[in-house]
Design a binder for this molecule. Structure first.
Ligand SMILES: Cc1ncc(COP(=O)(O)O)c(C=O)c1O
Length: 401
């Protein structure tokens, strides 16, 4: 799973070894992101998807400012999940109409801010719609909204299911139709609909099935809508392989099916902007997490590499961000690439908890104190999805190269 160059025994990101990056940053624990890999992922998406589909970046996957700014020129819009992310998106110069704000439990200050900026609020409940209506009247502005629909179907084989059954996200499909029948009571501009079923899916057939159901629902919603929607967000969910044995998503098959669906629903969805929003697919493979071996010790037959980085910077790699059974992310010793002399080690971080594991019983090149441990597939849900203050160790640095 190494998408980066190797020179001698050194792994390079953006042409630099881990030691060079560390010296440039003045830090010994960092995330490094490769802008070319991000760009290539966007191109891969565009290569296989119908040109009608707009691509939005879900900022939550990696809100590091240079990453978001890099993507500004490559994508058609941003999906944000908080006021902070929304302001970040606005400051890249992305037009407000191409920024959507989804997520349950938006506070009044966040709603007011979105109304003021003209960002599209993805409405998660009838209660939220009532608050948006009242805040818009108070501000003398018309809120831009899209209804997030919790469909009756689910996205099968998804790392995280976010639709179907009872969910805190969106308004149940059956309630949405009742709401549309009486929608003129709301002083808001209904721009469209958002149907997000799930995340981290590697099975083309599951995504294809969900897309078929999503298009059918989108056509029904369009027919029931008092005005023609401007935009329908079809969700996302394209996954990337993290663990040994996982097969890459067949994006060509997903693209072919979407091309057929846009053709099939051409009339019903004519003139409506269709959006897919992706986070990890665009950035996860572009990132490495790098930390240094501080200690090497034996305990009753196990060799431990103890590092200066771990769970507090990279919660998802430790297995505590939604995994049921912990599996190892791909890991390497970045200054011993290709070394034949290997051994089985368990790589741990500096925290006093058995949860702080970077790699469990993995065969790696024989490493020494001062070597670089790197975790691949770390460009999404890393620094900002981790409890950095836990135990007060130094914060992790970031760099886009
Ligand atoms: C509404 C919404 N959009 C987009 C995403 C991004 O998902 P991913 O990073 O898997 O593409 C999420 C993830 O939780 C989400 O909740």
């Amino acid at each position: 799973m190494n998408q980066f160059a190797v020179q001698g025994q050194q792994l390079l990101l953006g042409g630099m070894s881990m030691t060079q990056i560390s010296q440039a940053l003045g830090k010994e624990v960092f995330y490094a992101y490769d802008r070319d890999v991000i760009t290539a992922q966007v191109h891969k998406f565009r290569q296989f998807m119908p040109s009608r589909i707009h691509l939005h970046y879900a900022v939550k996957a990696n809100p590091y400012w240079p990453v978001v700014n890099h993507l500004r020129a490559l994508v058609d819009g941003f999906d944000v999940a908080s006021q902070k992310e929304m302001l970040l998106a606005i400051q890249t110069g992305m037009p407000a109409k191409d920024i959507s704000f989804a997520g349950p439990g938006k506070g009044d200050a966040e709603l007011r801010s979105a109304i003021e900026l003209g960002v599209t609020l993805h409405v998660e409940s009838v209660g939220e719609l009532n608050r948006i209506h009242a805040l818009g009247l108070a501000a003398g502005k018309t809120p831009q909204v899209a209804l997030r629909v919790n469909p009756s179907f689910e996205l099968k084989s998804s790392g995280m299911k976010m639709a179907g059954g009872a969910k805190p996200f969106g308004i149940d499909e059956e309630q949405v139709f009742d709401l549309l029948a009486d929608f003129s009571a709301y002083a808001v501009k209904l721009r469209g609909f958002h149907i997000f079923c799930g995340s981290q899916n590697l099975k083309a057939e599951s995504l294809i099935e969900a897309h078929q159901l999503t298009f059918a629902l989108a056509a029904k919603l369009t027919a029931a809508c008092p005005y023609k929607p401007e935009v329908i967000n079809l969700g996302g969910g394209l996954g990337i392989p993290y663990f040994a044995g996982e097969k890459r998503l067949d994006i060509a098959a997903v693209g072919a099916s979407l091309t057929a669906l846009t053709e099939q629903y051409k009339q019903q969805l004519d003139g409506i902007e269709l959006v897919i929003e992706l986070g990890r697919f665009l950035v996860a493979e572009a990132g490495l997490y790098a930390c240094k071996v501080l200690d090497k010790k034996q305990s009753r037959g196990t060799t431990y590499l103890v590092c200066n980085g771990g769970l507090h910077h990279h919660l998802s790699n430790s297995g505590n961000f939604g995994q049921v059974i912990r599996k190892n992310y791909p890991v390497a010793i970045a200054n011993r690439m290709g070394q034949q002399d290997t051994e089985q080690v368990t790589v741990v971080g500096p925290l006093c908890t058995p949860l702080d594991i970077l790699a469990d019983r993995m065969e790696l090149p024989k490493a020494e104190v001062g070597d670089w441990v790197v975790v691949y597939q770390s460009g999404a849900y890393g620094a900002t999805a981790s409890p950095q203050d836990f135990l007060g160790h130094p914060a992790v640095a970031e760099i886009l190269l």
